[in-house]
Design a binder for this molecule. Structure first.
Ligand SMILES: NC(=O)c1ccc[n+]([C@@H]2O[C@H](COP(=O)([O-])OP(=O)(O)OC[C@H]3O[C@@H](n4cnc5c(N)ncnc54)[C@H](O)[C@@H]3O)[C@@H](O)[C@H]2O)c1
Length: 323
C-alpha cells in the first residue's frame, strides 16, 4: 500500500482517480480549496481545504503524512477564461505548481504525476499527435501547462524529482463505481452541454460547421474518465518502481466529430438535442487526436471503456443522479 497526496481531488478527474486509488488498496489525502470542486466528491476525513499557494502548510502536511508521491490535478481549466484573465491562470496554475514543488522539495517527496493537456500542442502539424511534436500553445491555459512541464524538467535535473506528465485529450464520462462525474461551473465540455440542452430545451451552440472534416465540425479524442484514472495508476506504478521522468498522451487514438458525439447522445438517451450552429471559436484546431502508443507500450495502459456509447451511457446515468 502506498500513500498519495491528490491536489484538486475534489474536482472531476482528481476525485475519480482518488476513488480508484482507494479501491485498489492505497491511502489518499486530498488538498483542494474547493474554488472549482465539490466537497461531496471527497470523504470529509480525507479533505484538507487549502490553496496550493500555502507552501508552509503543504510542507507540514507532507512531513506529517510522508507521502510516496503527489498526483497534481489542481488547476483552473477553462481555455476561454484563460484568454480573458491570463494572469489568473499563470498565478494559479504555474504559481500554485511552484509552491507545491517547493513544499515537496523541503519535505523530501520526490515523485509527481502531473495533469497536462493536449492544449500544449496548440494547432499541431500532424494528426495523430505524438509526444515529440513541439509545444505550440494558443492559449494562456495551454501555456501554463507548458511552463509547468518545463519546470518539471529542471526539477528532475537539479532536484532529483521524478515526474510523469499526462497530456489528456477530452476527458468525459463518469465512473460508475465511484458515482463521480462532471459538474464544472461554468461548464465548457461538450457532453454535459448536450445533456443540458436536452434538459432545458435551450439549444447548445456548435462552434463551426465549415472545418475540413467529414461533416464540417471539429474532431476530438474522447477519453473516459475511468480510463484516464487508470493512466494515473500506471504512471504511479512506473514512478514507484524507480522509473524515469517522461510525458505521455492519454487518448484513444481515434477522433469523433462534434456531430457524431451529438448523434451518440441522441441514440443513447433517446432524446433530441436542440442545437444551433455558431461561428468558429478562435484557436479551435479542426482536429486533435492522440497517438497514445507510448503510454500503451511503456506503461502497459489500455483504454477499456472509451467507446462513445459507453461514455455517454455512464455520463447520462450520472446526470440522472444529479438532476
Ligand atoms: N477535464 C478535461 O477534459 C481536462 C483535459 C486536459 C487536462 N485537464 C487537467 O486535468 C486537471 C483536472 O481537471 P478537472 O476537469 O478535474 O478540473 P476540476 O475543475 O473539476 O478540478 C480541479 C480542482 O482543483 C481545485 N483547485 C484549483 N486551483 C486550486 C488551488 N490553487 N489550490 C487548491 N485547489 C485548487 C479546484 O477546486 C477543483 O476541485 C486540471 O489540471 C486540468 O487542467 C483536464
Amino acid at each position: 500500500m502506498s500513500k498519495f497526496l491528490i491536489t484538486g481531488g475534489a474536482g472531476y478527474i482528481g476525485s475519480t482517480t482518488a476513488s480508484r486509488l482507494l479501491r485498489t488498496g492505497h491511502e489518499v489525502v486530498v488538498v483542494d480549496d474547493l474554488s472549482r470542486g465539490h466537497a461531496h466528491n471527497v470523504e470529509p476525513a480525507r479533505l484538507r481545504r487549502m490553496n496550493l499557494s500555502e507552501t508552509d502548510a503543504l510542507r507540514r502536511l507532507m512531513e506529517r503524512e510522508r507521502f510516496d508521491a503527489v498526483v497534481h490535478f489542481a488547476a483552473y481549466i477553462a481555455v476561454g477564461e484563460s484568454t480573458q484573465a491570463p494572469e489568473l491562470y499563470f498565478s494559479n496554475n504555474v504559481g500554485g505548481s511552484l509552491s507545491l514543488l517547493t513544499a515537496m522539495t523541503h519535505a523530501g517527496v520526490s515523485r509527481l504525476v502531473f495533469s497536462s493537456t493536449a492544449a500544449v500542442y496548440g494547432n499541431p502539424d500532424r494528426i495523430p499527435i505524438t509526444e515529440d511534436q513541439p509545444f505550440q500553445p494558443v492559449s494562456p491555459y495551454g501555456e501554463s501547462k507548458v511552463m509547468v512541464e518545463k519546470v518539471l524538467g529542471w526539477m528532475d535535473q537539479f532536484r532529483g524529482l521524478r515526474s510523469v506528465a499526462l497530456r489528456y485529450f477530452n476527458a468525459c464520462g463518469a465512473d460508475p463505481e465511484s458515482h463521480r462525474g462532471e459538474e464544472h461551473e461554468p461548464e465548457t465540455h461538450l457532453i454535459p452541454l448536450l445533456f443540458r440542452a436536452i434538459r432545458t430545451g435551450t439549444p447548445v451552440t456548435i462552434f463551426g460547421e465549415d472545418y475540413e472534416t467529414k461533416d464540417g465540425t471539429c474532431i476530438r479524442d474522447y477519453i473516459h474518465v475511468s480510463d484516464l484514472a487508470d493512466a494515473h495508476i500506471c504512471a504511479l506504478n512506473h514512478l514507484m518502481a524507480g522509473g524515469h521522468s517522461d510525458s505521455f498522451n492519454v487518448g484513444t487514438g481515434s477522433g469523433l466529430t462534434v456531430m457524431e458525439v451529438l448523434r451518440a447522445v441522441e441514440d443513447v438517451t433517446g432524446r433530441k438535442v436542440p442545437y444551433v450552429v455558431g461561428a468558429r471559436r478562435d484557436g479551435d484546431p479542426p482536429s486533435l487526436v492522440a497517438n497514445s502508443d507510448k503510454l500503451r507500450k511503456f506503461l502497459g495502459w489500455e483504454p477499456k471503456c472509451s467507446d462513445i456509447r459507453a461514455i455517454v451511457a455512464d455520463a447520462w446515468a450520472f446526470e440522472g443522479r444529479v438532476h
